[in-house]
Design a protein around this ligand. Structure first.
Ligand SMILES: Cc1cc2nc3c(=O)[nH]c(=O)nc-3n(C[C@H](O)[C@H](O)[C@H](O)COP(=O)(O)O)c2cc1C
Length: 194
């Protein structure tokens, strides 16, 4: 861990503090379905609107077809570091029920499941980096999704690599302190942390 988390008003759990979105992945490290299993188990136990559980995940390991398919839809600025990760995952929302009723909180629920997953990953020593920089339309088609499903984000899973292997500008971003608004700017009402 880089230990560059900003000052906090209150202490938080180690796993929440250590979670971060890295770009330096070990291109040699491999992950197995067993190793990433606890991550998806953690996602499975997330809360969701009406217990609709509108998430699903398509996983590719480096070298396989699913990985190449997801990689091919990434924005170039993401692909250049994400290609070294051990796995790429498409995080998918079911946006409508079988009967065509909209699941209004589906994206919220997928985000919450991925948040669970990313904290469990931190505990397991696996690094996660979520991305919106990809072609969702093209990936949906490549994965054969119907009109009731949509790729919300993609993410890397992998192990820490050498930061000095990254291009200079990305090395700077890796080493930069993590930045957050003061707590008082996000919380109001009867809880005042200004
Ligand atoms: C929905 C979402 C989309 C994101 N898209 C990208 C992306 O396309 N490329 C990227 O490098 N990081 C992306 N990130 C990572 C954020 O930049 C990162 O979470 C944020 O800067 C805070 O840093 P931290 O996760 O290390 O605390 C995304 C994160 C989320 C949650």
């Amino acid at each position: 861990m880089t230990g560059n988390t900003p000052t906090k008003t209150f202490p938080i759990h180690d796993a929440l503090e250590a979670r971060r979105s890295p770009r330096a992945y070990s291109a040699k490290a491999e992950l197995t379905p067993e190793q990433v299993g606890p991550l998806f188990e953690a996602a499975r136990w997330a809360a969701s609107s009406g217990n609709s559980q509108p998430w699903s995940f398509v996983v590719g390991f480096r070298g396989d077809e699913v990985f190449s398919t997801i990689l091919g839809t990434l924005a170039s600025g993401n692909a250049l570091w994400a290609e070294h990760a051990s796995a790429l995952v498409a995080n998918i929302a079911r946006t409508h029920t079988e009967e065509g009723k909209a699941l209004f909180h589906a994206w919220y629920d997928v985000g919450q499941a991925v948040a669970h997953l990313s904290v469990q990953a931190t505990v397991e020593g696996i690094l996660v980096h979520q991305m919106a920089g990809f072609d969702a339309e093209a990936l949906g088609v490549a994965l054969g999704l119907d009109d009731h499903h949509r790729v919300v984000t993609v993410m890397t899973l992998g192990l820490q690599g050498d930061v000095s292997d990254l291009p200079e500008n990305l090395q700077e971003r890796e080493r930069a302190p993590r930045v957050r608004r003061p707590l008082g700017q996000s919380v109001s009402g009867s809880a005042n942390y200004a």
